[in-house]
Design a protein. Structure first.
Length: 81
């Protein structure tokens, strides 16, 4: 589950993630960055190779959250490899 970071912790470590491909569901929306699921408890988090965003974009990681997914979008939450 995606949570707030600790005070003054700019890049907290994430646990090791098991990444796998899944079949596309007909309810998902195709977009330029990947398939969007439109579920309230899932944040589609962008994954980048480096801290430089833009050309280093790889894919969307689906992370469960108890907060609103709009909160994570507004804070610019992303994963870096």
């Amino acid at each position: 589950t995606l949570l707030e970071s600790r005070l003054k912790e700019l890049m907290p470590p994430m646990p090791v993630l098991y990444i796998r491909a899944v079949p596309v569901s007909p309810s998902w929306e195709a977009s330029a960055v990947g398939y969007l699921r439109h579920q309230e408890d899932i944040y589609e988090c962008p994954v980048f190779i480096t801290t430089m965003r833009g050309p280093t974009y790889l894919f969307l990681a689906t992370l469960r959250t108890t907060e609103s997914k709009h909160k994570w979008t507004l804070t610019g939450t992303a994963l870096m490899l």
